[in-house]
Design a protein around this ligand. Structure first.
Ligand SMILES: Cc1cc2nc3c(=O)[nH]c(=O)nc-3n(C[C@H](O)[C@H](O)[C@H](O)COP(=O)(O)OP(=O)(O)OC[C@H]3O[C@@H](n4cnc5c(N)ncnc54)[C@H](O)[C@@H]3O)c2cc1C
Length: 359
């Protein structure tokens, strides 16, 4: 079998390397960092697990990737600006898993790295190469349109199965604030926005000063660290440029409503490998797998950016909903959602963030 070159040894590049190396290909991976898991963002992240019939993590077993070290999240508590809450509850499968990132042995990056057939791997660290020099481009964001800033608090005492999500244009314009636990004693509080004109950190600090729910959660914390980062969301017409397969955040495979990209990084890496192994079109594979989800997130992105605080209040009018109801577009917003599909605004956005503008 031949040799495939991959640029980037994070989730998408490592997933591609795993499936190719386990199917007899030699894989050469270039990574500019000093180790795998060089991703600079926060220490732990959430993987969306709902949506598919089979939970996302379980579906990876088909590719011989077994993610053992993960914490289940079974409830989302959403807050409207007035403080009114709506709970979203799991129906069997956890809604999310919280995982560690980075190079520690239990991180998601390390767990995927462990599944690679090392006999077929040639990993070159501290090596920055031209993005287009690989057969697979797994370099992370090549453009920026989602921004995040947050804190990790250690030494807290919280429910490890609940995520809190705050929708409030005052503190999180064109975005949201989330609070995610990692076990009982660590909490991440972050603001995400799709608009770079706001001073996100200042808004988040003000939110932390004012919000009583959050203040109670972080009472008695012993250590606080800050992080920030950016991402690139896109729905490319094609993720194959000059025969190079763009995977993960390099292609813009990040949910445009929430900024989640872990799931699509892993899936697109595996599907790029699948395309090389079988000769099937890469575009058909990723579009068939998560294309609709990605498109839906793009429409929701525009929908959410239009919502006023009073619409948030109406959106969160139920006290408790199942995840199935949560995914539905409320009837009052259905027309707006439909009109976004054909809007000039969407076309302009897609032009502005097109991969073809760069390469
Ligand atoms: C602050 C923040 C919080 C986030 N939280 C979540 C979350 O909770 N849930 C979620 O699903 N998603 C989250 N995301 C998005 C998620 O982290 C990304 O979508 C995911 O990491 C993309 O993986 P990737 O492998 O495609 O790229 P990356 O993880 O960005 O990795 C790219 C790799 O390529 C290497 N590289 C880059 N250029 C070169 C070069 N020229 N030569 C050699 N190597 C190179 C880099 O060093 C890096 O190791 C978050 C993003 C940020 C910034």
């Amino acid at each position: 079998m031949g040799q495939i070159t991959i640029v980037g040894a994070s989730l998408s590049g490592l997933s591609a390397a795993s499936w190719l190396s386990n199917n007899g290909f030699r894989v050469k991976v270039f990574e500019r960092g000093s180790g795998i898991g060089h991703f600079r963002g926060q220490d732990f992240q959430v993987i969306r697990n709902y949506g598919a019939d089979k939970g996302f993590c379980d579906s990876l077993k088909d590719y011989k990737i077994d993610i053992k070290h993960k914490q289940p999240i079974n409830k989302i508590i959403k807050y409207a600006p007035s403080g009114r809450t709506m709970e979203v509850v799991a129906n069997g499968n956890p809604l999310f898993f919280v995982i560690k990132r980075g190079k520690s042995p239990l991180s998601l990056d390390s767990q995927i790295f462990n599944s690679i057939n090392k006999n077929n791997l040639d990993l070159e660290l501290n090596k920055t190469v031209n993005v287009l020099s690989g057969d697979i481009v797994a370099t992370g964001p090549v453009l920026r349109n989602v921004f995040g800033v947050g804190y990790v608090f250690e030494g807290v005492d919280v429910n490890p199965e609940e995520i809190h999500l705050f929708m409030d244009n005052k503190y999180a314009p064109n975005g949201y604030i989330y609070v995610a636990p990692f076990g009982k004693d660590t909490l991440c509080i972050a603001a995400v926005s799709f608009d770079a004109t706001f001073e996100l950190k200042m808004l988040l600090d003000r939110f932390l000063e004012k919000n009583e729910v959050v203040q109670e959660l972080i009472t008695n914390y012993s250590k606080k660290e800050t992080f920030s980062g950016y991402g690139y969301c896109n729905y490319p017409e094609t993720a194959e440029i000059d025969g190079k397969l763009f995977v993960g955040a390099a292609a813009g495979f990040v949910e445009a409503a929430r900024g989640f990209g872990v799931k699509y990084a892993i899936l697109s890496g595996l599907l790029a490998a699948e395309s090389i192994l079988t000769g099937k079109s890469y575009d058909s594979l990723w579009k068939g797998s998560f294309g609709n989800e990605l498109k839906d997130s793009l429409y929701r992105h525009f929908l959410l950016s239009e919502l006023t605080d009073s619409q948030y209040e109406r959106l969160l009018s139920e006290e408790k909903v199942s995840v199935k109801e949560y995914k539905k577009i409320p009837s009052g917003l259905a027309d707006l959602y439909k009109s976004i599909r054909f809007s000039q605004e969407l076309k302009n956005w897609q032009n502005q963030y097109s991969l073809h503008k760069l390469f």
